[in-house]
Design a protein around this ligand. Sequence first.
Ligand code: GDP
Ligand code: IMO
Ligand code: MG
Length: 430
Amino acid sequence: MSNIVIVGAQWGDEGKAKVVDYLTEFCDLIVRYQGGANAGHTVIVKGEKFVFHLVPSGIVYPAKICVVGSGVVFDAEQFLKEIDELAGRGVDVTGRLFVSDCAHLVFPFHRQMDGAAETSASSDNKIGTTGRGIGPAYSDKALRCGIRVGDLTDWDYFAQKLSQSCAQHSRLLETYYSVKMTDTAEALCERYRAIRARLLPFITDTSQFIYASLYKGKQILFEGAQGSMLDIDHGTYPFVTSSNTIAGGACTGAGVGPTMIRAVVGIVKAYTTRVGNGPFPTELSDSVGETLRKKGGEFGATTGRPRRCGWFDSVVLRKSVELNGLTHLALTKLDVLSNFSEVKICSHYEVDGKRLEHFPSNLQVLGRAKPIYETLPGWNDDLTACKSLGQLPTNAITFINRLQKLCHGIPLLMVSVGPERSQTIEVTSL
Ligand code: GDP
Ligand code: IMO
Ligand code: MG
């Protein structure tokens, strides 16, 4: 094993957390490096289901160390709720969960701004955010008026900054959206006094901590959130999230150099889903899309929204291979494709009568892209008990081989055939 980055290769919800949980056994440290509580990461172990928004998915393994890195926008109330839930289920995080002092805080007024911006946008401009305050919190960070987790160590300084920020956001909410801020500065300060007391033990210079761990030869797994097509720079802008979701985000978000990373695993669903708005060339608005949603349980782990579903899109994947420098693919939810008489893979697009092999950055072009499919024979076998590639039906193997070939031939690390940790077929080792 070597230090590994796990990234979503599509539009999120590829099953990253399942793979993170599976690989955690072989790692020492699991680091979230970007995004925030917009993530919904599901881990299922022996029938027990955990959904994480901020706490790294590796926490389920006893004794593994988990880090929330500097690039994360950190909703302290959500974090405390998560660790309380974990404690209630017998998962002790004491001494093995750390939060970066450089991570920016997400406050209730950020969530309010997020909601107000979405409500006031015209239907064409609504992004369909998770409402978790992600965009406004990253905006404050870029504007250099954000408040960081480390600011909590000096109460007077923090309280003054929070009062200023409340005044500023209250003006913004009233001026732009004619909305009154829900919390007064005083009430929020009081709430944060209690939050601070609980949070102080977790606050750490995590970049230094990660480097020291690397130096000691510890294995690190960087857990990405969202998906490559939601990257702020390279995704389907403006229908994206507000962070760098691609592998490079692990370096900036965790505070490590690129030389520390040896493998980048792209998590790839055997079909495609998207939550929220924005172009989605292989989207199926028919009964096939509905069947995928039902069989795949495609409802958001954060918002419960139904996910839009469609066939596998190799144009998206080729873009993802390039953006992330993927060294391996982990194919998930292959079991969901059982019982279709035929399965389809989009090999390329057709735009204005021309063949297009590459994912276009221009949204208007993408909006006109017509998916061109290769149709392969389906299979009726239940895959969920398969333990090796050899146990998969021939047609499923043909599907995997074709998919892989269309994705620049990147080697397969594993195939996931069910949500349980044990429902995993190892193909190669890292
Ligand atoms: P993430 O955000 O990428 O971690 O993915 P989510 O947790 O939001 O969504 C993935 C969903 O698919 C979760 O409900 C998982 O339990 C489930 N899942 C993961 N891998 C598989 C698989 O191979 N087969 C099936 N049927 N479900 C899976
Ligand atoms: P995980 O880590 C899927 C989507 C939202 C919306 C857009 C912007 O579970 O894969 P935001 O709240 O980030 O400002 O919303 O990004 N989105 C996700 N879609 N999985 C996620 O996370 C997502 N996080 C954000 O639906 O379209
Ligand atoms: Mg998710």
